[in-house]
Design a protein around this ligand. Structure first.
Ligand SMILES: NC(=O)C1=CN([C@@H]2O[C@H](COP(=O)(O)OP(=O)(O)OC[C@H]3O[C@@H](n4cnc5c(N)ncnc54)[C@H](OP(=O)(O)O)[C@@H]3O)[C@@H](O)[C@H]2O)C=CC1
Ligand SMILES: O=C1O[C@H](COP(=O)(O)O)[C@@H](O)[C@H](O)[C@H]1O
Length: 460
């Protein structure tokens, strides 16, 4: 492993991501003795030191419900603020002075994608890129062509080994756990194919709207925000073949191969929606055609998945907040035991809950009590919090990894390129988005796409 970084620079320290995820991650790393180094917050806003500390404390309090003063004071001693314009070379000169004692700073770009390249250029101009690592947030570019351009700009400034492309779903224990479920259980592997699986559904539902990020969101939309990255990453883990060995490179190679077999999405089997009232939000264009919801059907050209649709849907202001995969198995070849009301028995459903209350459940048929022999589904649930105890948050794990120069849980360039290739046909479609009521599962047209969507079981 490479030497650990010895300073952190957070570009966009006044922003939503830092408030929601990065301050709590820094606090937790401090608690565990993993962050005794300078942390410099950079922004255009002219925050003083006290404003920075107030924001950091507030965000820890909101994330955890309490603040341990001893831990927070240790973090606060390392925090400093640097305000400046990203187009002004003076900003980077002042940063270079502040980092004069740091040999391996980590630069975290928690800023809108449009500013990634100017900041990378600024760091290179001040001689900071040569000895630093850079963490780039998603979405990585706006499409395949711009992701190539961004890679070019990053590679011109940073050694490839020092570039870390975040897809924070890779840092989630439950998402990483898909790999364990698939390859550490003999039970399901013989069934994991078109012969036994009817369809696979992935839902990333959010019960909230743009939460003050509408200006950013309106330029991005649901496809670029989460479908292109988080959801396709989950699909890759579900669909991949077993790797040649247990090494990380072998796993990543299989993921890339699986994505390479995914057909580009088709507008004909895609429904885009926008929640009612979205255009009235500050920062949203009055005639915005940005989708806050997308549902689509994905197909994989491989013997394992021939004829098996993967249905994906994501949206803001849905009935609940949940990220869930449902694997729907085919029903028995012969219908010997009817389900309720003499209908065919329900299919077995294997659910992976990947959100905050993560876990797994499997529905199986058991005998309905009574004189008749009929089937009724029951759930075999596992709740990870209750069974496995507390696990670290994704951003804490990823920040820790990046500080150590560990790439395992970061997205590869080829993965991101495949993801853009897959979504490209449904980006910026000219057809008007369909309006949907707040708190619904999107436009009516999306309801029939999957035949029958399985609603997530978690609401939190
Ligand atoms: N928020 C989230 O939940 C998540 C965000 N991300 C990604 O993280 C990155 C940051 O997201 P988020 O924090 O939500 O973004 P914000 O919209 O909150 O922006 C972050 C900061 O960037 C600065 N900024 C805004 N616009 C510009 C601009 N045009 N030029 C220069 N600076 C600007 C602002 O600070 P100031 O004006 O003070 O300089 C702002 O506080 C994005 O790439 C996003 O995709 C990824 C996962 C989740
Ligand atoms: O990257 C993003 O992800 C979050 C959802 O992440 P989760 O860990 O809460 O499931 C989403 O809300 C945000 O819009 C997007 O930028």
């Amino acid at each position: 492993m490479d030497l650990r970084s010895d300073a952190v620079v957070l570009f966009g320290v006044t922003g939503d991501l830092v408030a929601k995820k990065l301050f709590p991650a820094l606090y937790e790393l401090t608690r565990r003795g993993r962050l005794d180094m300078p942390v410099i917050g950079v922004a255009r806003s002219r925050w003083d030191h006290q404003q920075l500390l107030t924001a950091a404390r507030k965000s820890v309090l909101e994330a955890q419900g309490r603040v341990d003063d001893e831990v927070f004071d240790a973090l606060a001693r390392n925090l400093t603020m640097l305000s400046g314009d990203y187009a002004d070379p003076d900003t980077y000169q002042r940063l270079a002075e502040a980092l004069s004692a740091a040999e391996r700073p980590l630069f975290y770009l928690a800023i809108p994608p449009a500013v990634f390249t100017p900041v990378v250029d600024g760091l290179a101009g001040a001689g900071l890129a040569a000895r630093g690592r850079v963490v780039v947030e998603k979405p990585f570019g706006r499409d395949l062509a711009t992701s190539h351009e961004l890679n070019k700009a990053l590679r011109a400034a940073f050694d490839p080994e020092r570039i870390f492309r975040i897809d924070h779903y890779l840092g989630k224990e439950a998402v990483e756990g898909l790999r364990v479920f698939r390859f550490a259980n003999r039970l399901f592997e013989p069934l994991w194919n078109a012969e036994h699986i009817a369809n696979i559904q992935v839902t990333l539902a959010e019960g909230f709207g743009t939460e003050g990020r509408a200006g950013f969101y309106d330029r991005v939309g649901a496809t670029r925000d989460v479908l292109q990255n988080h959801m396709l990453q989950v699909v890759a883990l579900l669909a991949m073949e077993s790797p040649a060995d247990a090494g990380d490179d072998a796993y990543r190679a299989e993921e890339i191969r699986a994505l390479g077999q995914v057909e580009p999405l088709s507008p004909a089997t895609t429904v885009r929606g926008q929640y009612a009232g979205y255009r009235d939000e500050t920062g949203v264009a009055a005639d915005s055609n940005t989708e806050t919801f997308i549902a689509t059907e994905l197909r994989i050209n491989s013997p394992r998945w021939a004829g098996v649709p993967f249905y994906l849907r994501t949206g803001k202001l849905m009935p609940s907040t949940a990220t869930e995969v449902v694997v729907e198995f085919k029903t028995p070849e012969r219908n010997l035991v009817p389900g309720a009301d003499a209908a065919a028995p329900e299919p077995n459903l294997l659910r992976f809950r990947l959100g905050r209350h993560d876990g797994i459940s499997l529905s199986v048929q058991v005998k309905q009590p009574g004189a008749e022999v009929t089937a009724v589904p029951v759930e075999l649930p596992v709740d990870f919090d209750a069974t496995l105890g507390h696990r670290r948050e994704a951003y804490e794990r990823l920040l820790d990894d990046a500080l150590d120069g560990r790439h395992l849980r970061f997205a590869r360039e080829e993965t991101i390129e495949q993801e853009w290739r897959i979504v490209e046909p449904v980006l910026d479609l000219p057809e008007p988005v369909l309006s949907y009521p707040r708190g619904s599962w999107g436009p009516a047209e999306a309801q029939t796409l999957a035949g029958r969507w399985h609603a997530p079981t978690t609401a939190h």
